[in-house]
Ligand binder design. Structure first.
Ligand code: SF4
Length: 211
């Protein structure tokens, strides 16, 4: 059997951990997917429309999922600080606890962690490469982190008190981004071809934050 096919078939088997019939710990697979995404998304992507795009559902389906998660106290809506007419979805402490204790992908995360750091990096980079090919073929973009995004720039001197400690700037949203936020998922992400330059800035900021 060609190696590529064997690898993809193993991936399909691994996917049984997160695609399943019925529910686990009270949530269906798409509800888990939504809660997981909202637990990792940045403030621009925790909206009902970004959620619908990420889980590949209609706005009506995403709204139903949000209602289910709210009814279980895993999620609350708050007005957006950037635009008071919009809402931002926040995962509650109870939602975070549920994710850390019962998320069906936790077993897969543990198995991948057991591979060791170098193997994890290789696996992550290979899967990212595969997703890039799929995104190009389907003219679709998945969410990814600011760290790899073309809109991330180093920030100039701050004039605003809010987020005065933010080290970076999003040129798309024209908003400050803190070092921690560069690791969160964003559905407006566009892959950069200029990684080494911003990597340098990130490394400097990371070292400074560690004292
Ligand atoms: S820099 Fe890119 S990934 Fe980060 S918030 Fe802006 S658009 Fe999203």
């Amino acid at each position: 059997m060609p190696l590529a096919r064997e690898a993809v078939e193993l991936l399909v088997q691994a996917a049984r951990a997160w695609y399943f019939e019925g529910n686990r710990h009270g949530l269906r697979d798409r509800e888990w997917m939504a809660l997981r995404f909202l637990g990792r998304a940045n403030r621009f992507s925790r909206t009902p429309s970004a959620l619908a795009g990420f889980i590949g559902a209609t706005r009506a389906t995403a709204s139903q999922i949000v209602k289910t998660l709210e009814s279980k106290s895993f999620l609350v809506r708050k007005p957006s600080q950037e635009d008071k007419r919009s809402v931002v979805l926040h995962v509650t402490a109870q939602g975070e606890k549920c994710l850390s204790q019962h998320d069906p992908i936790n077993h897969v995360v543990n198995a991948v962690t057991a591979l060791g750091n170098d193997e994890c990096v290789r696996l992550r980079d290979s899967l990212r490469e595969v997703l890039n090919h799929l995104d190009a073929a389907h003219q679709r973009l998945d969410a990814s982190v600011c760290r790899d995004c073309m809109f991330l720039a180093e920030r100039g001197p701050s004039t605003s008190k809010a987020r005065a400690s933010a080290e970076f700037m999003c040129r798309l949203y024209r908003a400050p981004i803190s070092l921690e936020e560069t690791e969160l998922l964003c559905t407006s992400f566009e892959r950069t071809r200029d990684r080494p330059k911003i990597e340098e800035h990130l490394d400097r900021a990371r070292m400074a934050s560690q004292g």
